[in-house]
Design a binder for this molecule. Structure first.
Ligand code: SF4
Length: 365
């Protein structure tokens, strides 16, 4: 199974916590970028076969005007027509009826909405600008255009929020009946506005114990509403897990295009140039071939993000060797600390230890 990932690195404004590849833009630069993207897509004619998922992420793809989005959709139409999941990330603030109509026309069947929170103070602290009404409208426009497979991103652990803020956010999101919810604890990344303000003492981060309580609250609440916790940050109703993301987590191949995108094809992993100027001159920044050991480690690290863990049978089929032999020391150490457990043919992180997942992943770096 192969996926196609397309990165749109532009945003309407810059969120205080964001360290992704993104920048502000204007119509001139948007057009130049789409033309460059199309050149890059053309350069992968031989690799773009058997594409099962298309994912347009950002940045904020819907900061682009509709005519430029359509230019891109026309280019990738053969893949949109034949893949099983076509997703796009959207900022609810910028969703219109016409956009929803366009997405339906090009067979997009999954949308990921950046809801993050509905608390006005938290929205302000994150330097986001949407309202509850934007989110209501987004659901209405999408559903009116037969796009019902909708993910909502939620951020918890925002400074000055409480369990009550989280309860309100979750109640609101659940009420919209999304098929999928991704919940991320706010990470204070270096070189972000938020980190700068924290370092200056202008903002106090939330207490770790409260963040851990929030994670437990999310797990309990979403489970009680029928959302299956299938990956460390992801919850879905039955049969609505993200197929595209599973490509990443299970070591399948994907072509990544756009500034700052990564890809994995024919055993080669690559990263594109992040800076637009460099991307306009050359697509790729790094290319490296994965050794057998690299692939095995990635299989472990990515697979242990899934709640069901990694399958020893899949590992044997993929590498023709035994997981328990290849990672004997690492696995034994983690089993002794109760940070891994063996259930049938799978090895996984025990559910009550998921908050320590970082310690487990580090063993396989
Ligand atoms: S919309 Fe997304 S990519 Fe853009 S600044 Fe905010 S978090 Fe970053």
């Amino acid at each position: 199974m192969r996926g196609l990932y397309i990165h749109i690195p532009f945003c309407k404004s810059i969120c205080s916590y964001c360290d992704f590849t993104k920048r502000l833009g204007d119509n001139l630069i948007y057009e130049k970028y789409i033309n460059r993207l199309i050149e890059e897509i053309d350069s992968y004619k031989n690799e773009l076969v058997n594409i099962k998922t298309v994912y347009i992420g950002g940045g904020t793809p819907n900061v682009l005007p509709l005519d430029l989005l359509e230019k891109l959709f026309i280019k990738i139409k053969p893949y949109l027509d034949n893949s099983i999941e076509n997703s796009i990330e959207l900022n609810p603030e910028l969703i219109t009826r016409d956009l929803a109509k366009l997405l339906n026309k090009y067979k997009f069947n999954r949308v990921s909405l950046g809801v993050e929170t509905i608390d006005p103070n938290a929205i302000k602290l994150l330097n986001r600008h949407h309202t509850k009404q934007d989110i209501y409208n987004s659901f209405r426009y999408l559903k009116d255009n037969n796009i019902t497979n909708i993910n909502c991103d939620l951020i918890f652990g925002i400074p000055y929020t409480s369990l009550n803020t989280l309860k309100n956010d979750l109640d609101f999101i659940i009420h919209q009946e999304p098929t999928h919810i991704s919940c991320y604890s706010l990470i204070i990344e270096n070189k972000t506005i938020l980190k700068h303000k924290i370092d200056k003492g202008e903002i106090t981060p939330l207490d770790d114990d409260l963040i851990s309580d929030m994670y437990d609250y999310i797990n309990d609440k979403l489970k009680s509403y029928g959302y299956n916790h299938y990956e460390i940050s992801n919850y879905a109703i039955t049969n609505h897990e993200s197929i595209h993301n599973k490509i990443y987590w299970t070591e399948n191949e994907y072509v990544g295009v756009g500034a700052g995108a990564s890809g994995f094809i024919n055993n080669i992993r690559y990263d594109n140039n992040k800076r637009l100027k460099a991307y306009f001159e050359a697509f790729r920044e790094n290319t490296y071939e994965l050794s057998s050991l690299d692939k095995k480690k990635e299989f472990m690290m990515l697979g242990l993000r899934l709640i069901k863990g990694v399958s020893m049978i899949d590992y044997k089929n993929m590498f023709n060797s035994s997981m328990l032999d290849d990672f004997k020391d690492e696995i034994n150490k983690l089993l002794k600390k109760n940070l891994l457990e063996i259930v049938g043919n799978n090895i996984r992180i025990p559910y009550d230890k998921l908050f320590l997942a970082n310690i487990v992943w580090e063993e396989f770096v």
